[in-house]
Design a protein around this ligand. Structure first.
Ligand code: NDP
Ligand code: 2IT
Length: 446
C-alpha cells in the first residue's frame, strides 16, 4: 500500500503542477514518510488529508512594475502561496532571487507547513517572493521594488491572516521598506511582518534565530553521540543570515569554522574563519566572499560554490540554498569523516545525498526541524507584538532553545513510534504531518 499511495499522490501532483521539480521533490519525501501513518489510520485516507495538504489553499501571482534609477520601467513577477491555515494564520518568508518561480515558492510553502507545526507555535504555512534580483541594485531601487511588491501583496495579508518575513534576498532592509508601504496603504501599525527592526516592533534574537536554533538542534544530535562542539571543524555553506549566525554560535561553543561560501565560490582556512570580517563584507558592504582573502592571507578562495564540500570537516551545516549537496558531495563528506549534517537552508540535500548520509551513519538533521528556529522566533515576535511588549535577548534565546529541544524530542519520538528509530527525516515529517492532520480532521472538509 505504501508504494501505491506514494505513486498515486505523485501522479496527481506532477500532473497538476507540471515542471515544478522542487515541489515534486518536497512532496515525494513527505509522502514516503507518512505513507505508513496513513496505512495505520484509515480515517486519514478516507478524509483525503494528504491529498488536501498537497494542494495550496490559495496561490497568488501578480505583476510588479517599478522604475529603476535610470528611469526605465522594470517588470517582475510576485508570488504568495498560502498553503495551509489549519493550525494558524499563514506564515512564511519572502524570497527575492532571479531563480524564483512558482515551483520554488510551492516547495518552500509546503515545507513551511510541517516546519511551523513542529515549532509548537500556532502558525500555518505560506511562502512568497519574486524573481527580482537585489544584487547590484541601489537602496532606492530596492525600496521602489519593495513598495511596488507591497502595492499588491497588502490586500492578501494581515496580522491575523498571513504574516510574511525574510528569506534569501530579503533581510532587515527589505522588511523595513515592505513594512513602511503596508503601514501607509492600510493606515495600521500591526505585526503584519516579522524580522522587523527593533525600533518598530522587531524581536531581539530574530536576526540570529535560524542559525542559533540550528546549532541548538545539532547540539542534541551530537549529545546523542556523546560529543560536543569543542575543537570540531565545521563547514558552513553560504554567508548570509543563516550561515553567519550558525557559524557564530558554533564558534561560541568552541568549534572552528573552516570554510564558508557564497554563490561565486568558497573560502577555506584550517585555522578558522574570522566572522567579523565576513559580517563586514556581507552585511555592511554587501560584497563578495572572495574579498575575505585580502584581509586574511592565510585563507584561500576557490571559484564555484560546490567545491566547499571537499573541505574536510566533522560537521557540515549547508545554509545557502536547495539541492546544494548532491550524492557526490555527500560521498566526499562521508569519506572525509563528517559525523553530522544540520540543514540550515531549505532542502539543501538531494534525496540521493540524504540516502548516503543515512546509510553512512551520519547524524542528519533535516531542514524542517533543524532550521525551524527562525520561524519559531518570528512567532515569538508576533506574540510580543500582540502583547505590545518586548522580551530581553536572554528571554527570547531561552525560549528558542526550549523550542529546538522540543522539536528534536518530537522527531525522535515520532520516528521511534513508527519504526524508524533515529531517522529524523521520517520523524520530522510524521510529527509535523500529524499535528496538521488532526487540526484538519477537527475542522471538517474546508
Ligand atoms: P541570505 O540571502 O541572507 O543568504 C543566502 C546565502 O546563500 C548567500 O551567501 C548566497 O550567496 C547563497 N546563495 C543563495 N542562492 C544561492 C545559489 N543558488 N547557489 C549558491 N549559493 C546561493 O539568505 P538566508 O541566509 O536567509 O537563507 C539561506 C537559506 O536558509 C535558504 O535556503 C532559506 O530558505 C533558508 N532559511 C532561512 C531562514 C531565515 O530566517 N532567513 C529560516 C529558515 C531557512 P550570494 O550572496 O552570492 O547570493
Ligand atoms: O524558511 C523559513 O522558515 C523562513 N524563511 C523564515 C520564515 C518566517 O516567517 O520567519
Amino acid at each position: 500500500m505504501s508504494k501505491a499511495f506514494v505513486d498515486k499522490v505523485m501522479e496527481t501532483v506532477t500532473a497538476r503542477n507540471p515542471g515544478e521539480r522542487e515541489f515534486h521533490q518536497a512532496v515525494q519525501e513527505v509522502a514516503e514518510s507518512v505513507a505508513v501513518v496513513i496505512e495505520k489510520n484509515p480515517a486519514l485516507a478516507r478524509l483525503k488529508i494528504f491529498e488536501r495538504m498537497v494542494e495550496p489553499e490559495r496561490q497568488i501571482i501578480f505583476r510588479v512594475p517599478w522604475t529603476d534609477d535610470k528611469g526605465e520601467i522594470q517588470v517582475n513577477r510576485g508570488f504568495r502561496v498560502q498553503f495551509s491555515s489549519a493550525i494558524g494564520p499563514y506564515k512564511g518568508g519572502l524570497r527575492f532571487h532571479p531563480s524564483v518561480y512558482l515551483g520554488i515558492i510551492k516547495f518552500l510553502g509546503f515545507e513551511q507547513v510541517f516546519k511551523n507545526a513542529l515549532t509548537t507555535t500556532p502558525i500555518g504555512g505560506a511562502k512568497g517572493g519574486s524573481d527580482f534580483d537585489p544584487k547590484g541594485k541601489s537602496d532606492a531601487e530596492v525600496m521602489r521594488f519593495c513598495q511596488a511588491f507591497m502595492n499588491e501583496l497588502f490586500r492578501h495579508i494581515g496580522p491575523d491572516t498571513d504574516i510574511p518575513a525574510g528569506d534569501i534576498g530579503v533581510g532587515g532592509r527589505e522588511i523595513g521598506f515592505l513594512y513602511g508601504q503596508y503601514k501607509k496603504l492600510t493606515n495600521t501599525f500591526t505585526g503584519v511582518l516579522t524580522g522587523k527592526g527593533l525600533e518598530y516592533g522587531g524581536s531581539l534574537v530574530r536576526t540570529e534565530a535560524t542559525g542559533y536554533g540550528l546549532v541548538y538542534f545539532v547540539t542534541r544530535m551530537l549529545e546523542a553521540r556523546s560529543k560536543s562542539w569543542k575543537g570540531l571543524d565545521v563547514v558552513v555553506s553560504g554567508s548570509g543570515n543563516v550561515a553567519i549566525y550558525a557559524a557564530e554560535k558554533a564558534q561560541q561553543l568552541g568549534a572552528r569554522i573552516v570554510a564558508m561560501s557564497d554563490s561565486g565560490g568558497y573560502i577555506a582556512d584550517s585555522k578558522g574563519i574570522n566572522l567579523d570580517t565576513v559580517k563586514r563584507i556581507k552585511e555592511v558592504e554587501r560584497g563578495r566572499i572572495k574579498e575575505y582573502v585580502q584581509a586574511h592571507p592565510s585563507a584561500t578562495y576557490a571559484e564555484g560554490c560546490r567545491g566547499i564540500w571537499s573541505v574536510p570537516c566533522t560537521i557540515a551545516l549547508p545554509s545557502a540554498t536547495e539541492n546544494e549537496i548532491d550524492e557526490k558531495s555527500a560521498r566526499l563528506l562521508v569519506k572525509n569523516g563528517c559525523l553530522a549534517v544540520g540543514e540550515g537552508a531549505n532542502m539543501p540535500s538531494t534525496p540521493e545525498a540524504i540516502e548516503v548520509f543515512l546509510d553512512g551513519g551520519v547524524s542528519f538533521g533535516p531542514a524542517k526541524a533543524a532550521n525551524a528556529g527562525g520561524v519559531a522566533t518570528s512567532a515569538l515576535e508576533m506574540c510580543q507584538n500582540s502583547m505590545r511588549l518586548s522580551w530581553t535577548f536572554d528571554e527570547v534565546d531561552a525560549r528558542l532553545k526550549l523550542i529546538m529541544n522540543n522539536i528534536y524530542d518530537q522527531c525522535q519520538k515520532a520516528a521511534e513510534t513508527y519504526g524508524a528509530k533515529g531517522n529524523l527525516v521520517v520523524g520530522a515529517n510524521i510529527a509535523g504531518f500529524l499535528k496538521v492532520a488532526r487540526a484538519m480532521m477537527a475542522q471538517g472538509v474546508v
